[in-house]
Design a protein around this ligand. Structure first.
Ligand code: SF4
Length: 666
């Protein structure tokens, strides 16, 4: 029997593998033996028809791929990199990478190729939370753990659908509810998560800041502030208090679409419950003001001292299995490594550690900027930017202009592969080992469960081959993931709050390790004066507006059984069962006005493009709002590429669209 961890989502459930069978690990603290439908159907030793098993090459994206070999492919990539200015090289990584893979890619890009254009698809899902945590706590740090819900009285879920996206955690919430936890769900859709809520608030799309500011104002007005905590640990209280004196309360409440009674019901629950956790994900993050939405929420915890205390705090729910590991290593282009930025002192420490010179002193291109930057070489690893970036008509045109696109992937059914020149076969989950960090900082060892398919390689080895071909033998001579992890652990000593050096591969094989608990125990903030920052933020109404031509707001979100770009989950039904993705939720009244019936074919049109879908008529969505699953392969033809100015995360949840009824095909 081998113990490992699920590679689908940020919950990071422990599992066991024996005789070709996967079961939940009963001894694992997070899931206690439970797995969701994705975890239980992880692809072990199933050779799907879509596996990429050989390197492939072509000169031109209009030609067919030809089977190649590793030697030739790596040489072609290295030759191109040698002849390219470092500012024209981009590494587009992914939260599907293991920490060891991330480490080697980041070391090669930022440390040796001298390009900080090393970013990850996590940019499109939780970079707003990263920036907000840094602005408020001084550090990218999730100050809550999932099991804290058992010590809490109230869980506020805003802009998240745990029932479909974080299933095992959702089942933990239900368990905590049986022990007395109250749950409030705030969402424009009455989701499966809302079904377990004690209070459901159907907030209007784009009004989160208004709602959260109204709560902050009430905290101040009704003297619910934890003055002792604020005095000792928090900056900017007087400033915030003065700003809130002048906010237009009636107008803000109107924008939320909630009644006075609904808000009062919320407020009563908020003030009566001593221990509160708030959890959120893409509903707040993916926005033109994603960072501000996060800050408005964190404000509530700082004002009331409901942070760094058991059963309290702002809990950002990470989507991908190892988005957190990437953040720790430095997988975002806005960070250098081990939570360091690009200050002179940090660069010096990192250069010394890696024995290199010339690390660039400013942030690199983000994943959401790379396609627009006239790059000459783009290396995409375990992700599918053409599928997941917004405004797809535009991204398709942009990627065609890049002279060399390299795709490292375990599967060949990505949308990006249509635009790549070289495809390198990576080992998938189950065929490789390494570590990953889940959404509450817990590091777990992922084990190799079956043999590695012939001609496939783990990502770290692929990046190392490129590095060696470029002549960096000494810095890239790792024999196995353990050696990489140990070098990374040494590096974390440069920034000791990342106490990852306290564990070991040997220990991780037996049990997971959560870093950073001391930060909570000692109430540490990492700002200049070591106090947390309150931020006054306002709803600037930056997102796309509806109009007579585009009267509906389209939001997106997860559906159960799907993950990431769908290369593993969006398979023929004979292999995996999953919920249909081809639907568009539309309110009964709107459907009636448009003469649309359930299952009618429809066209959804935005300024950027159009898609066809099927109408799913429901009362469980706000009027004038429609919902299309983010795993729908085509949805990004219509989504908006407006970005948050600080996190550079896209505004996927605020798209002005119109709907047309299509004729049914006989
Ligand atoms: Fe895997 Fe997430 Fe499901 Fe757990 S909840 S089994 S980590 S997909």
């Amino acid at each position: 029997m081998i113990k490992s961890v699920c590679g689908y989502c940020g919950v990071g459930c422990g599992l066991e593998f024996e005789e070709d069978k996967l079961i939940g690990d009963v001894a694992y603290p997070i899931n206690e033996g439970k797995l969701c439908s994705k975890g239980i159907s992880e692809l072990v030793s199933i050779q799907t028809p879509t596996r990429l098993l050989r390197p492939h090459i072509r000169d031109n994206i209009n030609n067919e791929y030809k089977v190649s070999n590793w030697e030739d492919s790596i040489k072609i990539i290295a030759d191109k990199i040698k002849n390219t200015d470092s500012s024209k090289i981009g590494f587009y990584l992914s939260g599907q990478l293991l920490t060891e893979d991330y480490y080697v890619a980041n070391k090669l890009g930022k440390g040796f190729l001298k390009t900080n254009n090393v970013d990850t698809n996590s940019r499109t899902c939780m970079s707003s939370a990263v920036v907000a945590y840094k602005k408020s706590l001084g550090i990218d740090f999730v100050p809550v753990k999932m099991d804290d819900i058992f010590d809490s009285n109230l869980l506020i879920i805003i802009g998240a659908n745990t029932a479909e996206a974080h299933v095992v955690f959702h089942n933990r919430i239900k368990k905590a509810k049986r022990k007395g936890l109250k749950v409030i769900v705030i969402d424009p859709r009455f989701t499966d998560t809302a079904k377990i809520a004690d209070l459901y608030l159907p907030i209007k799309v784009g009004a989160d800041i208004d709602f959260l500011n109204l709560v902050a104002k009430r905290i101040i007005d009704e003297d619910l502030v934890d003055y002792a905590f604020v005095e000792k640990y928090v900056n900017n209280f007087e400033l915030l208090k003065n700003k809130f004196k002048r906010i237009p309360v009636t107008k803000m409440l109107k924008r939320t679409g909630l009644s006075k009674e609904q808000f009062e019901e919320f407020w009563t629950m908020f003030k009566e419950n001593p221990n509160i956790i708030s959890a959120w994900t893409m509903g707040l993050n993916q926005s033109s003001q994603g960072v501000d939405k996060n800050l408005a929420l964190i404000n509530l915890h700082l004002l009331t001292g409901k942070i760094y205390k058991k059963g309290n705090g702002p809990l950002s729910l990470t989507g991908q299995p190892n988005a957190m590991g990437g953040r720790e290593v430095g997988g975002l282009s806005t960070m250098l490594a081990v939570h360091f930025g690009f200050e002179k002192e940090s660069i010096q420490k990192v250069e010394e550690f890696w024995n290199t010179k010339g690390i660039q002193n400013k942030a690199g291109l983000t994943a959401t900027q790379m396609l627009e930057a006239n790059l000459d070489v783009l290396i995409v690893c375990h992700t599918d930017p053409i599928y997941h970036l917004p405004n797809r008509n535009k991204t398709e045109e942009l990627i065609k202009k890049i002279p060399m696109v390299v795709e490292i992937n375990a599967y060949e059914n990505s949308e990006t592969s249509k635009y790549a020149h070289i495809k390198l076969p990576a080992t998938p989950w189950g065929e490789k080992e390494g570590t990953q960090t889940n959404l509450d900082r817990t590091i777990t060892k992922q084990e190799k469960l079956t043999r590695t398919s012939i001609d496939c390689k783990p990502d770290w080895e692929i990046f190392q081959l490129i590095a060696q071909e470029l002549g960096f033998y000494e810095a890239f001579s790792f024999k196995n993931p353990q050696e990489i992890f140990e070098e990374y652990q040494e590096m974390t000593k440069l920034n000791p709050h990342l106490n990852i050096y306290e564990t070991s591969y040997e220990q991780l094989r037996k049990e997971p390790f959560r870093w950073g608990d001391k930060i909570i125990e000692e109430k540490l903030f990492f700002t200049e004066n070591e106090k947390a920052n309150l931020h006054f933020v306002e709803n600037k109404l930056l997102s796309e507006r509806t109009s007579l031509e585009y009267p509906f707001l389209m939001i997106t979100g997860r559906t159960r059984d799907q993950w990431h770009s769908g290369t593993k989950t969006n398979l023929p039904r004979t292999l995996l069962k999953y919920k249909d993705l081809d639907f568009c939720e539309i309110h009964t009244k709107n459907a009636k006005d448009l003469g649309i019936e359930h299952n009618d074919p429809i066209r959804i049109i935005s300024k950027r493009g159009e898609i066809t879908s099927k109408a799913f008529i429901t009362d469980n969505i706000n009027m004038d709002t429609i919902f299309v699953p983010i795993s729908n392969r085509d949805v990004n033809y219509i989504t908006n590429d407006l970005l948050d100015k600080d996190s550079l995360e896209p505004d996927y949840n605020h798209n002005a669209v119109r709907i047309e009824k299509l004729k049914k095909t006989p």
